[in-house]
Design a protein around this ligand. Structure first.
Ligand code: GDP
Length: 303
């Protein structure tokens, strides 16, 4: 291989695939482009849930609850509650430390990309985890007749639909970083992770220049379906697919990406695109590695 394998990712699903891909191609040849439209500034910290989740997975430090660092404590949140603060967004102490340091770096003019790299370095992660852009993009969701910042929608309404509209504020004025474009254009293969097509991958594709870079790349682009037996494993993918008018099936996932993908890895076929049919539940390190390996082989076969 000459170029990297690029994984486009949100949090959970994309992060698990990235962890499998690390076993298959190694850190030097893995670049993960992560969604930053879920980022939130809170408690003085800059929190970047998707890039951090990917980083924690790659470091084998993800907690069993599915977010945050394993073994983290929550003393600061307890202290804030004692002070009467409405702690609607829970953050572990170490997680908060990373967010505080990132906020300090950003305030001093450091690029988000470099602030993220500092967290990877601290956790011993050598693969590249690239924020999709250094400019702010923020997802807002119209539900129940009001616009919610994404994290408030997820936590305060528990991600309940129906979703009436979605907006990636700032996306049009934000471009992917040069690091992201370079990774895509020089990639050997590009795998869209099993993430929410609408709100995890959607913001990455909405950036001015990402679709062009994908088209300019000679690398095959495939997607891994976030649906297992026609169901969502975690999170509100169903609610957002309904908003997008797509069925919760391989057909709906393939249609979400349209011409962009040359193939889909999924447990159910569709006529829209070539499908590598396999079990896509990544509940063990063996399964994560197997799916990453199969996806990569499938991508190369399509190129
Ligand atoms: P979020 O920011 O944590 O919501 O991140 P993502 O968008 O990356 O992850 C949500 C998606 O991951 C959901 O659609 C899940 O169905 C999918 N997902 C989670 N675990 C798995 C898995 O083991 N296999 C597959 N194929 N998808 C998964």
């Amino acid at each position: 291989m000459n170029g990297p394998v690029v994984v486009l990712a949100g949090g959970t699903g994309g992060a698990k695939l990235a962890r499998g891909m690390l076993d298959v191609v190694g850190a030097r040849d893995l670049v993960v482009v992560a969604n930053t439209a879920d980022d939130v500034e809170i408690y003085g910290a800059y929190v970047s849930p998707d890039p951090d989740l990917v980083t924690f997975w790659l470091a084998d430090r993800i907690d069993e609850r599915g977010w945050g660092l394993s073994g983290d404590t929550f003393n600061v949140m307890d202290g804030l509650r004692e002070m009467g603060v409405d702690v609607w967004f829970n953050l572990g102490d170490r997680d908060l430390a990373y967010g505080l340091e990132r906020a300090r770096a950003l305030a001093g003019g450091t690029r988000l990309t470099d602030a993220q790299a500092a967290i990877a370095t601290a956790l011993g992660v050598q693969a590249k985890v690239l924020p999709m852009s250094d400019k702010p993009v923020r997802t807002r969701v119209l539900a129940g007749g009001r616009w919610w910042p994404f994290q408030e929608f997820m936590i305060k309404t528990r991600g309940q639909g129906p979703v009436e509209d979605v907006d990636f504020r700032g996306a049009q004025a934000a471009e992917p970083t040069a690091d992201v474009v370079d990774a895509i254009v020089t990639a050997d293969a590009i795998v869209i992770g099993p993430s929410n097509p609408v709100i995890s991958i959607g913001p990455i594709l909405a950036l001015d220049g990402v679709r062009e870079a994908l088209q300019a790349s000679r690398a095959p682009v495939i997607a891994v379906s976030p649906l297992v037996q026609g169901s969502v494993v975690k999170g509100p993918t169903d609610v957002f697919m309904a908003y997008a008018g797509q069925p919760l099936s391989s057909e709906g996932i393939a249609a979400s990406y349209g011409e962009l993908i040359a193939g889909l890895v999924a447990d159910e076929r569709t006529d829209l695109v070539p499908v590598l049919q396999t079990d896509v539940l990544m509940d063990s390190s063996d399964a994560r590695k197997r799916i990453a390996e199969q996806a990569l082989r499938f991508a190369f076969a399509l190129s």
